[in-house]
Design a protein around this ligand. Sequence first.
Ligand code: AMP
Ligand code: MG
Length: 351
Amino acid sequence: MNTRVLAASPATLSTAAELLASGQLVAFPTETVYGLGANALDKDAVLSIFAAKDRPADNPLIVHIWHREQLKDICEVSPLAEKLMDAFWPGPLTLLMPRKESIPLEVTAGLPTVAVRMPSHPVAAELLRVCDLPIAAPSANRSGKPSPTTAQHVFTDMDGRIPLIIDGGSCDVGLESTVLDINQPTPCILRPGGVTQAMLERVIGPVTVAGSVLRPLQKGEKALSPGMMYKHYSPDGQVSLVEGAEAHVVAALRELHHQAEANGHRACVMCFSEHVADLADCHPHDLGSQACPEEVARRLFETLRRLDDEHMDAIFSEVVPPEGVGLAVMNRLGRAAAFRTIQAKEVIEKA
Ligand code: AMP
Ligand code: MG
C-alpha cells in the first residue's frame, strides 16, 4: 500500500473523511500524540488498527468525538462525567464510561467500559466534525515503540500499512492523554497525562493514582488498564535512571557514560538543558529544562526514538520529580527503563 503524507487542509480532511467512512485507516495529529483512526462503529475497520500496529487484541482503544451529542450512542454519561467534560474537554483527558451496544467489543477489548476523549487539536477536531463518526484511535506507532509526536515518526512506523497520514506538525503535550476511571467510589488515574491529579482534584475532589503507574506490574497482578501490561516506550538499548542530588547526578552520569564506553558500548546520557554543556563529552541528549516538565514531556518520545536511530545501547537518564506533569513523564521514562534505577551517590563513591 502506498502511504501518502498530506499537509492538513480542507481537501486533505475531506479525503481523510472519505477513507474513514469506507472503513480505512487515517493517522492524524492530536494535542497529545498522533492517533491512528478508524470508524469506531465498524468492527472490521477497528480490527485493521490492531493489524497495522501489531497491537495485542486485549489492549482497548480510545474513541474520539468532536461533539457531546455523539455520546448518546457510545456510553452512559453520569453527572460526574458531565462535570469533568465541562472542565477539561476538549483536551487530554480520557474518561472510562459504561459502554453501549453500538460500540463493538473489539474497541473495548471485551471490557464493559469504553474510553472516550474529545481532542482539542484543531486538525483532529475538524476531521472529527467533517467525518461526523466516532473515531477509535490509539497512538499511531507500532506496538512497543514510543508514541509518535510528528508525522515523520508515524511514517517511519506505518509506511506501507495505511493509506494516509495527515501532517499537522509537532504535538503540543507530547504524551498520551490522562486515562481516568470514574466507575469506582474514588476516581482513579490509570495513566497519567497532561491533565494532572491536582487539576482533577480541584474540580471533583479526591482522585487516586493506580499503584502500577510508577512500578512494574507484580507477578499475577491484574492491570486496571490493559495497556499497562505491555512493554512500552522502549528504545532498543538499555535505559537506566540515575537518581540523587543534582551535583551527584551530573558526576554519576559522566562516570557511567565513561565506564560503558570503556566496556565497548555505544553510550549516551539524557540530561536537562542546564547540564548539556557540563556533559558535552558524554553524547548528551537534551530532555529540556528541568524547570519545565511540560517541555520534558513534549520532547521525551522524540528523544527515545533518536536513541534507536543512533543505535545507542547504554543510555543513562536524569529523572524529574514525579509530580504534576512530571508523574506522566516518569511513568513513560520508568517503563522505557523497565524501572531500572541507579543511585548517583553509590556510583561516585565507587569511582
Ligand atoms: P493508546 O491510545 O494507544 O495509548 O491506548 C489507549 C489506552 O487506554 C490503552 O492502552 C488502555 O490502557 C487505556 N484504555 C482504553 N480503554 C480502556 C478501558 N475500557 N479500561 C481501561 N483502560 C482503557
Ligand atoms: Mg499507545
